[in-house]
Design a protein around this ligand. Structure first.
Ligand code: 5GP
Length: 209
């Protein structure tokens, strides 16, 4: 059976990256979709592992070639999900996790009706601000911009099928894990993958007595 397409969104600094990484460690049936971006790498980020870091012209070229499942401009930079990798992984049965902004998430939900969507929310805006500032990877101006975007993104929370409020990483990972497990156990999916138990009785096998 094809793997699930799991759209995960939530404001910058909410802990999406950490939660998704832990989930990947816990489940062998998931893979992360590595996005392309025009944003420069942060210290420690590796090309092809955290992102495909592209220059502006290459990104535009990929857009023209239809290589993105979705793409969007986020905080002055471009981000996109390469289509081929997602398709290949799903075809091999892996669930593919997309960490995308809300606009990108909504694009995917429209383009791919068979998706699972999860919004990761902070307990409150103060906590989010504190996490963004203490992460120390953005300037004060960038933090302000991300908080503004967060306010807008949080308004779209109800467009997602599930919401995980990130009070604590372990609990959020457990919740996301439970969402995936539940989705895999849906009757329809079990039927599609030929895993639905069949209890058809043959003549004379009522099993009683
Ligand atoms: P960051 O620069 O902090 O890594 O990511 C900034 C924002 O871009 C995050 O909200 C993240 O979800 C979003 N993002 C990362 N990859 C993609 C992508 O492929 N498509 C879209 N639309 N957003 C992305």
């Amino acid at each position: 059976m094809a793997g699930l397409l799991v759209v995960v969104s939530g404001p910058s600094g909410v802990g999406k990256g950490t939660i998704l990484n832990r989930l990947l460690q816990e489940r062998g049936d998931c893979t992360f979709s590595i996005s392309a971006t025009t944003r420069p790498p942060r210290p420690g980020e590796v090309h092809g592992q955290h992102y495909h870091f592209l220059d502006h012209d290459t990104f535009t070229h990929w857009v023209e070639q239809g290589r993105f499942l979705e793409w969007n401009q986020v905080h002055d930079q471009f981000y996109g999900t390469p289509r081929d990798y997602v398709a290949q992984q799903r075809a091999s049965g892996q669930h593919v996790l997309l960490d995308v902004d809300v606009q990108g998430g909504l694009q995917v939900m429209q383009a791919e009706p068979d998706h699972l969507s999860v919004f990761i929310a902070p307990p409150d805006l103060e906590t989010l601000k504190h996490r963004l500032v203490s992460r120390g990877t953005e300037t004060v101006e960038q933090v302000q911009k991300r908080l503004l975007t967060a306010r807008v993104e949080l308004r779209s929370l109800e467009q997602y099928r599930y919401v995980v409020v990130n009070h604590e990483i372990k609990r959020s990972v457990d919740e996301l894990n439970a969402i995936l497990t539940g989705e895999c156990l849906r009757t329809e999916r079990l039927r599609q993958s030929g895993k639905l138990p069949r209890f058809v009785e043959t003549h004379g096998e009522s099993g009683v007595g």
